[in-house]
Design a protein around this ligand. Structure first.
Ligand code: PMP
Length: 393
């Protein structure tokens, strides 16, 4: 049997990580992998996470199964964090999932059950796992223009022109904030225009929000998702806790399905529970319980928000520093966008040859499309990167 298997396409980011590990140069800089790192290059366990885990170790009296949807308190806390009170709770079905990826996978499977012929529209570019899972599930997809490689900002006219072709019932996948891989985001004025277009087309929005708190702050980063949630009868939202709680390996995420009314919500909830049952039965609980503990305890929550804010401001300072250095060294505004982008990533907009040169000559690793992880830098390495980029372009 196993001899019938064929090689699967290699994950480019994981392959890059391997090359980095094998590089023996002391000065090497990893800007590839999508994990937050502090100035010393560590991915710390957040203080509030440690405290919540200690509390769980002391106080948890059972590891018996939770419900199929996970702990209801986790859903309540996450709905509050992501949506605030913009949608009535009795319209929102939700399941805990293994990470944001699990939520995306379950959302796509729900779409496939409900509407097998629906096309899923993806930004060009998007997180590579989006098209990969869609293809694996045998679903149809299309892309809409998103990134303007000249300006390194959103090509909003191109985006609207392409979304004109959305058919009623098609699903349009949007990044709630901190677009991955580009770092370029719609402005506050552009979101309502885009939403109005999708409404006029009868589209179903699906929001992937994996970096809430990494861009402009917890509430600002959720603003677009809330606008979408409030504007449609039906919305799917996949939220990840991996980055903003730093619980990557605990696999903590949630899928919310906003339905037209409480009756449809109940039907959606039953289907989401069914999907969890088919795929892995009960979802992982440890990370979810840690997140719930933090969000519902005022002291832990305040400490988590403070540490997240420090993280966010640290990344913004690195953006400012990098944009400044590049401006000085290239004597141009070409890289001004680095300071305007938000989240962990920016697409630099340099050629694959330059990306290759940065790796071979300078030991600087970034993804081939010139996506760099801002959090992979620190005050000392920003000038090194800027000098290498200025020299290579
Ligand atoms: N969506 C986007 C856009 C992401 O960048 C990521 C993480 N790389 C995820 C979803 C899912 O993250 P996880 O499954 O680790 O929670």
């Amino acid at each position: 049997m196993l001899e019938n298997l064929q090689q699967q396409p290699a994950d480019k980011i994981l392959a890059l990580m391997q090359l980095y590990r094998e590089d023996t140069r002391d000065q090497k800089i990893d800007l590839g992998v999508g994990v937050y790192k502090d100035a010393s290059g560590n991915t710390p366990v957040m203080r509030a996470v440690k405290a919540a885990e200690r509390r769980l170790v002391d106080q948890q009296t059972t590891k018996a199964y939770t419900g199929l949807a996970g702990d209801p308190a986790f859903a309540d806390a996450m709905i509050d964090l992501v949506l605030g009170d913009v949608v009535a709770r009795d319209r929102i079905a939700a399941i805990a999932t293994p990470g944001g990826t699990g939520a995306i996978r379950q959302a796509l499977e729900l779409i496939r059950i409900a509407s097998p012929d629906a096309k899923v529209w993806l930004s060009d570019p998007t997180w590579p796992n989006h098209p990969s899972i869609i293809k694996f599930l045998g679903m149809q997809s299309a892309t809409y223009r998103y990134f303007d490689s000249e300006t390194c900002n959103v090509n909003f006219d191109g985006m609207l022109a392409d979304l004109e072709n959305v058919a009623a019932g098609d699903v349009v996948l949007l990044h709630g904030c901190c677009h991955n891989p580009t770092g370029a985001n719609l402005t506050a004025d552009q979101w309502p225009q885009m939403i109005a277009l999708l409404k006029s087309k009868g589209a179903v929005p699906m929001v992937d929000i994996a970096y809430q708190g990494f861009g402009d702050g917890l509430d600002d980063d959720a603003a677009a998702t809330r606008l979408v949630a409030a504007g449609f009868d039906e919305v799917l939202i996949a939220a990840s806790c991996s980055k903003n709680f730093g619980v990557y390996r605990e696999r903590t995420g949630i899928l919310m399905a906003i339905a037209r009314d409480p009756e449809q919500k109940a039907l959606a909830q039953a289907n989401l529970n069914f999907l969890n049952r088919q795929n892995y039965s009960f979802p992982p609980d440890h990370g979810a319980r840690v997140v719930t503990t933090i969000l519902t305890d005022p002291e832990l929550r305040a400490d988590w928000e403070a540490e997240l804010e420090e993280t966010r401001l640290g990344m913004l300072a690195l953006r400012e520093q990098l944009a400044g250095e590049l401006k000085r060294l290239t004597n141009s505004d070409r890289f001004e966008f680095v300071a305007d982008h938000r989240g962990m990533f920016s697409r630099l907009g340099v050629s694959p040859e330059v990306v290759e040169q940065l790796r071979t000559e300078h030991g600087i690793y970034m993804v081939g499309d010139s996506r760099l992880n801002i959090a992979g830098l620190n005050e000392q390495t920003v000038p090194i990167l800027a000098a290498a980029v200025a020299k290579s372009i």
